[in-house]
Design a protein around this ligand. Sequence first.
Ligand code: PNS
Length: 163
Amino acid sequence: MKNGTVVYPGSFDPITMGHLDVICRAAAMFDELIVVVMSNPNKFCSFTPEERVEMIRQSVQTLPNVKVDYYNGLLAEYARQCNASAIIKGLRAMSDFEYEFQMALANKKLNPDVETLFLTTSTQNMYLSSSMVKQIASMNGDISDFVPPIIHDTILRRLKQNG
Ligand code: PNS
């Protein structure tokens, strides 16, 4: 089944193995997947949008139908501009659901042409989040199982600079 273009939005601060798992699985299902770095007004980000885009680019370089972008605006509007048929979201636990459900309904209201599709996380990534990765790294813990190997050193270097 191939269904045109879909978008996978997030803060990706930074991209984790959980995000990459969703990207690989969605890329196998659709013609084109656009991973879009966006602002989440509820989150403080440690990496600039440019850094987040670059880390994702490096992590997906073997996936030919995956593009990476940044958009500072409404997701529903971005999906319209890309002519996307769906927004892809990863769900880790029931605790994600209420917030994601609310966003899916709001996005549907703002852009009735776009569906939100949820992929359940793989069990090994159920507990994984960008904020957990940053916390472990900042306390000198080992994050090598949690982030794509190609960006591991970049993350550590940048978080050290932040102090
Ligand atoms: O990885 P995150 O932080 O859970 O991603 C949340 C994100 C960036 C997808 C969400 O905050 C978002 O869609 N931001 C764009 C602004 C927008 O469209 N807000 C209305 C959503 S109902």
